[in-house]
Structure formats: C-alpha cells, structure tokens
Design a protein around this ligand. Structure first.
Ligand code: ARG
Length: 361
C-alpha cells in the first residue's frame, strides 16, 4: 500500500479507536509516533488493544453478517509473535478447541504476523473434502473439490467418505506448502437425527460445530492480515437450507423427502419445501441434543433488529447487504426481510483474498 494511503487509513482508524475507547487524550502522542514510523519505514504496527478493537469493528462493519449484535464480545487472540510453522499449527488447533468449547461456541479470531506471508489455503479451518470420480459423480462437499485436489497432490491420503475432514494447508513465505490433519478429539461433529422420523438417522447426515472462516483478509488502519481465521456459531439455515440442501452442495432433499414419507415428487406437491423444513428441524434438534450452540433464523433476525437499534443509539449508521442478511428459509416471516439497507463498505473490515478464492475454493 502507498505511504499516503496508509497514512490516511491509519489516521482514520486510530482516531475512531481512541474516540470509541475513550482515549482521545492519548491520540495525539500515538498519532505522532505512527506518522513518524510511516515516514521512516513505510508502515507501522498496531498495539494489542488497537488490533483487538480493530478486529471487533471489522465484524461490526461486515455488511453480509446477520450476527453482528455480539461484535464487541469477539475474543481476539494476538498470534503475531509466532513464526515457527509448528507453533502456527498449534495456535490453529488451540483456536478450534477454544472456540468450540465443547459446544458452547465462542466467537474468536486468531491474528498472525502479517510480515511472514502466511497463507492458509483452506476456506474454513474445518471443512469436508469433495471428490469428483471418473464417471462424473461426486462424493463429499462439491464446494471443496479444488482444494481437496491440492491436498491430494501434497500427499494427503483420505478414506474418501462423504464427510472426510480436510487437513489444514499452510504455505509460509517461500517454503513449500505443508498439510496437517486436525486432531479428531478437538472437532465436534453433530450427527443429524429427527425426533419424529426414526429413519432420518439412516441418511447418515452430519455437520461440524464451528465454522471458522480462513480465506478472508482482515484490514485495520491500512494494515492487512491475510492469516486471521475467525468464527462465530452457526445459523441453522446455513447448514439446513444451503450446505446440505443446495443442488451444488450435498443436495440431500430427495433423500430427506423419502424418509419423511413423501411420495409425490411433482413440483406442485411442495416436497422440497416440506423436506427443507424437516431437515432444518432435525439439525436444530440434533445440535440442541448435543449441547452445541446454534441460532435459528427467527432469533437471528430479532438479534439483527436489536443490533440496528443499538447502533442507532450510538449514532452509527449500519450498512448491510440485503441478499446476504436475509436467511434463505421463510424469509418473509422475518423482520429483516422488510427492511432496506445501505451497502457502503467501511474500514476496518474483512474481505476476500481474490487470488486465494479463485484458485482454491
Ligand atoms: N456459511 C458458512 C458455512 O455454512 C459459514 C459462514 C460463517 N457463518 C457463521 N455463522 N459465522 O459453513
């Protein structure tokens, strides 16, 4: 980034940070030293509390996220001191374990040193492999077919089931990429069953507890952290109305329809709609059964409305991207649906690393 641009972004973030944290009297001294550092070296470093607040505000500014009410309780782990690949893997495993907390999911981000050029190739730390067979049929999550290929090329040898947990691949600096399996003991898997349809469990559906996004860059005050994986807890419909049901994902609605007793597969029978509801109900039931935190779309909508009013009280404008905020199930029953939003992109924020996404997702 050009010097001028860093200067402008640094000033704008630091003034926001010091103002919101009631440290306005410390701003001038801090700004003088940041300015000097940018003039001398072209860049600067954030203090730990500036980093931590920046990651939170970046969440607050995430226009696509319906779960932002809790932005200020993000747990920020400063991993900038780590430089050995073993320590980085340990920190990622610690993140998984801490954030999962045996089901009591905690919103967490681990931020690694931006100068080490650490690239996490996974889209999420936990994800399912996808394999395309010679005859064109697919096993696993189609979303991860490309990434899975990379893993196989690196020498990963999976069982090739429908739900193989992918290893974590890291490339550091000019070193070749490395992959490591995540210890099974720290991953929580929820097997899906339905309280009213005993045959549901024969579908052998499952999902993991903790979605940890690892292909986005965190930008604070003009500084970019490419390795900064973060997680919240799941909203029900992400799994039930997308991951397991989208035609280009696990595409399970037909099988669900059969175990809930649907016989008529004409469009007008609404078998897809009924299957979606029962699939989502089963997921909610199963997460609760196992004590894993998840939020249904009705509660998420309520919380987002609360976020809007909370921000209004703080005299801040909320930006949002309608098509992402609106859950894909029963949308018109949700208050968030009947609202309009502006979609201005503020900083700090999280954004996609275009190269990584195009090559690997
Ligand atoms: N939609 C993604 C998935 O299904 C997860 C995105 C982040 N979601 C969250 N609840 N924090 O895996």
């Amino acid at each position: 980034m050009k010097k001028n641009r860093i200067l402008v972004k640094a000033k704008s973030y630091l003034s926001l940070c010091y103002k919101e944290l009631d440290k306005s009297d410390e701003f001038q001294t801090r700004w003088n030293s940041v300015k000097e550092s940018i003039f001398k070296t072209g860049s600067y470093e954030l203090k730990e509390f500036e980093l931590s607040y920046g990651a939170k505000v970046a969440w607050r500014n995430s226009n696509r996220c319906i779960g932002r009410l809790f932005w200020n309780s993000l747990k920020v782990i400063d991993c900038r001191k780590l430089s050995e690949i073993n320590d980085i893997y340990s920190a990622l495993f610690d993140h998984i374990e801490f954030a999962t907390d045996n089901g009591n999911i905690k919103s967490t981000i681990s931020i690694f040193n931006r100068k080490l050029n650490i690239k996490i190739w996974n889209a999420q730390l936990i994800g399912y492999a996808g394999y395309k067979k010679k005859n064109g049929s697919i096993i696993g999550d189609p979303k991860n077919i490309n990434f899975t290929k990379h893993c196989l090329e690196l020498g990963w040898s999976p069982k090739k089931t429908e739900f193989d947990i992918l290893p974590i691949v890291i490339k550091m600096g000019s070193n070749p990429p490395e992959f490591r399996e995540i210890p099974k003991s720290i991953i929580k898997i929820i097997k899906i069953s339905h309280p009213k349809f005993p045959k549901f469990k024969n579908l052998n559906l499952q999902w993991y507890s903790t979605p940890i996004i690892s292909n986005m860059t965190l930008e604070i005050g003009g500084l970019e952290f490419h390795a900064a994986p973060f997680n919240g807890w799941y909203m029900l419909t992400e799994i039930g109305a997308r991951n397991l049901s989208d035609q280009n994902r696990y595409n399970k609605l037909k099988e669900v329809a059969k175990v809930i007793g649907e016989k008529d597969f004409e469009r007008g029978s609404l078998w897809k709609d009924k299957s979606l509801i029962e699939l989502n109900y089963a997921i909610l039931y199963s997460f609760k059964r196992d004590g894993v935190k998840i939020i249904d779309h009705h509660s998420a909508s309520k919380q987002f409305m609360k976020f809007l009013s909370q921000e209004k009280n703080e005299a801040r404008k909320v930006n949002a991207e309608w098509s992402w905020i609106i859950p894909p199930l029963s949308s018109s029953t949700l208050e968030v649906f009947h609202n309009e939003y502006e979609n201005e992109v503020l900083s700090p924020n999280y954004f996609y690393d275009e190269d990584k996404r195009d090559n690997l997702s």
